[in-house]
Design a protein around this ligand. Structure first.
Ligand code: ADP
Ligand code: TRP
Length: 339
C-alpha cells in the first residue's frame, strides 16, 4: 500500500514562488507524490497568526494556491485543499488544547525566538503560542505516515507525536498513529542573484517563475557572475558564479559543460551564457507558466479543484473526528457534514 504524506504551506509571504522555493521545496514534494498518497494543504489559518488584514490574507492565499497548482500540474495522487475549508482543524485544536501542557508549547522554537527578539508576552498573541497545536491537528486528522518538513519545522512534528501519545493514553484509545518527520535530502540553500545572500523575495534577489518574460529576463541579466572579468576575452571563473550555479540545475549537462569550458577560456560573453539560462528557464517552466495563465483566467476551475480537495479532506478528517469525539465522550451525533 502506498504510504500517506501530509504537507502544509503557510501563505505568510505574498504567495509567489521563486526558483529557490522550487528547488528547495516544491521539486522534492513532486518527487514524493510519485510513490505516496499526498495531502497538501494551504494553511491559511496559520497565516492569521501574523497577517491581520483582510486583503493581504486573501490575496496571498489565492496567489499561493495558483502558484502551487501551476507547479504541481498532475494532481492524481494529491488531495490539494485549503485549511479553512475543513472546520475539523479548529475543532480538533480545541480538544487537543486540553491535553497539551503549557510547558511543551513554551519550549517551541517559534515562540521562544519571538520572546528573544525583545517581544514581551503582551506582543505575542495566543494563536502564535498555540500554533503547534493547530499544526498537530493538521497532521493528526489525516493519520499520515510521514510529514515532509524543513529542519525548522521538525520540532513541531515532535510536539505532534507527543500530543498524539498523550491523547491515546489519556483517553485509552489508539486513535492517532505517530507520524514521522521526513526531512528531504538537504538542498543547499539557493543563493540569490546577488550571489551573497539566500534567495528571498524580501531581499529582491530572486528569479521568479510566473512573472512576465521581460521581468524574468531582467532578473537573469542582473545575476552576479564574475566581477574580475571585464572583457569577454578575460578568462572567467565558475565558482561563486550564480549563472552557472543555476545552470547546473536548469541547463542540459553537455551544453553547460561546454559553456563552462568556453567561459574559463575567455571565449564566450556573460550575455551569451545568461541568454542560455533564460532560455532554459523558459523551457523548463513553460508547462507550469501555461497552467498558471489557464488557471488565472479560469477561476471557476480553481474553485472546482479546491472544492474537490475540500470534500475529500473533510471525508478523512470527519472520520477521524468521529473517533476522537467518541474517545473523549462527546457522544452526540456528528452529522452536519455529508461525506
Ligand atoms: P523562507 O524559507 O525564506 O521563509 P518560504 O517560507 O516562502 O521562505 O519558503 C517556502 C519553502 O521554500 C521552504 O521549504 C523553504 O525552505 C524553501 N526555500 C525558500 N527559499 C529558499 C532558498 N533560497 N533556497 C532553498 N529553499 C528555499
Ligand atoms: N508550519 C508550517 C511552516 O511554517 C506549515 C504547516 C502548517 C505544516 N501545517 C502543517 C507543515 C502541517 C506540515 C504539516 O512551514
Amino acid at each position: 500500500m502506498r504510504k500517506r504524506i501530509l504537507a502544509g504551506i503557510t501563505p505568510s509571504g505574498d504567495g509567489t514562488l521563486h526558483i529557490g522555493n522550487y528547488l528547495g521545496a516544491v521539486r522534492q514534494f513532486i518527487e514524493l507524490t510519485k510513490s505516496h498518497d499526498c495531502f497538501l494543504m494551504v494553511a491559511d489559518l496559520h497565516a492569521l497568526t501574523t497577517i491581520q488584514e483582510r486583503e493581504t490574507l486573501s490575496n496571498n492565499t489565492e496567489t499561493l494556491i495558483l502558484n502551487e497548482l501551476a507547479l504541481l500540474g498532475d494532481l492524481s495522487h494529491i488531495v490539494f485543499f485549503r485549511q479553512s475549508d475543513v472546520p475539523m482543524h479548529t475543532e480538533l485544536t480545541w480538544i487537543l488544547n486540553n491535553i497539551t501542557p503549557m510547558g511543551l508549547l513554551k519550549r517551541a522554537h517559534a515562540y521562544k525566538d519571538k520572546l528573544q527578539k525583545d517581544m514581551t508576552l503582551d506582543d505575542i498573541n495566543l494563536g502564535l503560542f498555540n500554533y503547534p497545536i493547530l499544526m498537530a491537528s493538521d497532521i493528526l486528522l489525516y493519520k499520515p505516515d510521514l510529514v515532509p518538513v524543513g529542519r525548522d519545522q521538525k520540532q513541531h512534528v515532535e510536539i505532534t507525536r507527543d500530543i498524539a501519545e498523550r491523547f491515546n493514553k489519556t483517553f485509552k484509545a489508539k486513535v492517532f498513529p505517530l507520524p514521522d518527520p521526513f526531512i528531504p535530502e538537504e538542498v543547499a540553500v539557493i543563493m540569490g542573484t546577488d550571489g551573497k545572500r539566500k534567495m528571498s523575495k524580501s531581499l529582491g534577489n530572486i528569479i521568479s517563475i510566473f512573472e512576465s518574460e521581460e521581468t524574468i529576463r531582467k532578473q537573469v541579466m542582473s545575476t552576479y557572475t564574475d566581477p574580475t572579468r571585464i572583457h569577454k576575452t578575460d578568462p572567467g571563473h565558475i565558482e561563486g558564479n550564480m549563472v552557472f550555479r543555476y545552470l547546473d540545475f536548469f541547463g542540459e549537462k553537455g551544453k553547460v559543460d561546454q559553456l563552462k569550458k568556453l567561459y574559463i577560456e575567455g571565449n564566450i560573453s556573460d550575455i551569451e551564457v545568461k541568454n542560455y539560462l533564460y532560455d532554459s528557464l523558459m523551457k523548463i517552466f513553460a508547462p507550469a507558466r501555461k497552467r498558471y495563465q489557464d488557471l488565472r483566467s479560469n477561476p471557476q476551475k480553481v474553485r472546482e479543484i479546491l472544492e474537490t480537495g475540500a470534500v475529500k479532506a473533510r471525508g478523512v478528517a470527519g472520520a477521524t473526528m468521529m473517533e476522537v469525539r467518541d474517545a473523549v465522550g462527546l457522544t452526540n451525533s456528528y452529522s452536519f457534514f455529508s461525506y
